[in-house]
Design a binder for this molecule. Structure first.
Ligand code: FAD
Ligand code: EPU
Length: 338
């Protein structure tokens, strides 16, 4: 296993930030993970587990060891009358894993097509899009405890999934390396086209009969039309979460801003569209140097070239301040700040 020193992370993060890692290595199996963590030189320094680098922002060089997770393999563990149990190693590319499921008619993850990153990061923030979150089809995951050097299994309840949340972002932050995730996928698809844009896209594609494959294709089309491709413009998807407010606050805002976009939640609160709040605060399409707010999707901050991580971060603070001042709503960053 090669350990590189002062290694550039520019091509390992979709923001394209030019930061370095004091040490950098790629791990392909549990033995390599164990070996590297047991080395005295690396046992007491900061560690960062890296997947596809599509949900983080480097604001400085990383003074520690970066472990790029390259664990590979997809396996159908078992099936019963109703479900397939499909296990994927953490280093598989998420979209390729979804395509494997779509091809084999394992139903459930098709709405999550084309989300960047790796399978191992998917439980970190319970990735979600177009009416589905991974928690809806999650069975269990395996994770390596960095201090104990043991492999532990977590079920859904233990992961404490929420909207863009899990125990691994909170109480267990930096304690585990997720090594595999198993999904429980249906043999009897129940198509989720509650997001209106999917129905519209299926119609414009001329699709009469819905299928796992056609929904996946529709989601890919919508995403390509709305979100900047990190291969062309550096970004990490939504930079902020959509904020939740109490119903009374929403109604108060609605009186002043009738166009405000909000969705009722089961707990009685309302989730506001942060993209709308940011656009109405005048930030859509604005740039400060090479850091910008995307011109089509105000929730996405972008690097138009050589922005530093601190410049993107400072822009995010300005956006948060404006939204707070105009609407009295606190935005929370979704992207992991390193
Ligand atoms: P990384 O960025 O490498 O890591 C993210 C965090 O997880 C870091 O804290 C890292 O240390 C930790 N981590 C990664 N792997 C492991 C592991 N194996 N064990 C322990 N910790 C780990 N997200 C959505 O939810 N929905 C979307 O629709 C969506 N759309 C996006 C669109 C674009 C264009 C982009 C660029 C991003 C989008 N994202 C979306 C965000 C991102 O794709 C997801 O958060 C994804 O799961 C990140 O995966 P990654 O492998 O790149 O993680
Ligand atoms: N909107 C605006 N202006 C904008 C952007 C959005 O007014 O500049 C309005 C839209 O008109 C729409 C509403 O906001 O009425 C919601 O927009 P959209 O459907 O694009 O979704 P989003 O809330 O901005 C969320 C997720 C995305 C996910 C999509 C689709 C969060 C933080 N983001 O975005 O996830 O792909 O829904 O389900 O929940 C990510 O996490 O990185 C991500 C891209």
């Amino acid at each position: 296993m090669k350990v590189l020193e002062n290694h550039s992370l520019k091509k390992f993060n979709t923001f394209g930030i030019d930061a370095t890692a004091r040490y950098f290595t790629e791990v392909s199996n549990l033995e390599e993970i164990r070996e590297i963590l047991c080395e005295s030189k690396f046992s007491a320094i900061n560690r960062l587990i890296l997947g596809g680098g599509s949900n983080l922002l480097f604001t400085k060089n990383f003074d520690g060891i970066v472990l790029k997770n390259n664990l590979k393999g997809i396996e159908l563990l078992k099936e019963d009358a109703d479900f397939y149990y499909v296990k994927s190693a953490a280093g598989e590319v998420w979209h390729e894993f979804v395509m494997h499921c779509v091809k084999n008619n394992y139903a459930g993850l098709e709405n999550l097509s084309l989300i960047p990153g790796n399978v191992g990061a998917s439980p970190m923030q319970n990735i979600g899009a177009y009416g589905v979150e991974i928690k809806d089809f999650f069975y269990e995951l395996e994770a390596f405890h960095i201090l104990d050097k043991t492999l532990q299994t977590f079920n859904a309840a233990q992961c404490k999934f929420g909207y863009r949340e899990s125990v691994f972002k909170r109480e267990l932050k930096n304690q585990f390396i997720i090594t595999s995730v198993t999904f429980k996928l249906s043999k009897h698809p129940q198509f989720n086209t509650s997001y209106g844009a999917i129905e519209t896209e299926l119609a414009s594609m001329g699709i009469q009969e819905k299928s796992i494959q056609s929904i996946s294709a529709a989601v890919c089309n919508i995403r390509r039309s709305k979100l900047p491709n990190p291969a062309e413009i550096g970004n990490a998807g939504s930079f902020f979460k959509n904020p939740e407010v109490v119903k009374g606050k929403y109604e108060f805002l609605k009186m002043q801003y009738p166009g405000i976009v909000g969705y009722d939640l089961e707990n009685g609160n309302v989730k506001l569209a942060a993209g709308w709040l940011i656009e109405q605060s005048g930030w859509k399409g604005k740039t400060i140097g090479d850091a910008g707010v995307h011109k089509l999707q105000a929730l996405v901050l972008v690097n138009y070239g050589n922005a530093k991580g601190t410049e993107i971060f400072d822009l995010s603070q300005k956006v948060m301040d404006s939204v707070k001042e105009k609407f009295g709503v606190e935005l929370e960053r979704e992207v992991n700040i390193i």
